[in-house]
Design a protein around this ligand. Sequence first.
Ligand SMILES: O=C(CO)[C@@H](O)[C@H](O)[C@H](O)[C@H](O)COP(=O)(O)O
Ligand SMILES: [Zn+2]
Length: 198
Amino acid sequence: MDGTQYIKSHFEKSIEVKQKILTDGVLIERIVKASELCIEALQRGNKVMFAGNGGSAADSQHLAAEFVSRFNFDRPGLPSIALTTDTSMLTAIGNDYGFENLFSRQVQANGREGDIFVGISTSGNSVNVVKAVEQAKEMGIHTIALCGDAGKLPEMCDITLNVPSTCTPYIQESHISIGHIICAIVEETLFAKYKPKE
Ligand SMILES: O=C(CO)[C@@H](O)[C@H](O)[C@H](O)[C@H](O)COP(=O)(O)O
Ligand SMILES: [Zn+2]
């Protein structure tokens, strides 16, 4: 493999996907709506839950940590959990109820009406994410999909943030940007007074 060529081509393709987002007014409006949904839920005392597989499990943990710890500046922590982190829960549920129930069981146990569940899946078809969305909807939990242009997830959620691609890594690279943007909007809106003077 020509490393230099690959590096250039990967960046070009990743940028191409992000360029498409930049000119997609509908998607940008949905990102604003998703941020507002999070702000309203957090103001009510509800929490934001994240779940996904593989790289999207990492994104779940990354984004929940931004809420609980901090993003751009110091401020009180915000309630958020990744359903991908507790190995005892994951192995118990996986072993006793099956991998497909990994997240739905946690939503059923720890979710509350008015919370938000963010399901992250590039194929839109990870069964454990799809089942968690179904469970969330039954409980009056708002649902946001961070997905691509395929699969079941884009049709299921209250707000669909569908990155215009079918290629897992490029979709993931835009997912984390969208997640960061939502964190920034939420933090700035809820805690403007904590922001250091420039
Ligand atoms: O990070 C990557 C690929 O970049 C992989 O670990 C990837 O997340 C895994 O194959 C996942 O199982 C894919 O699941 P999904 O995005 O289709 O729901
Ligand atoms: Zn990856």
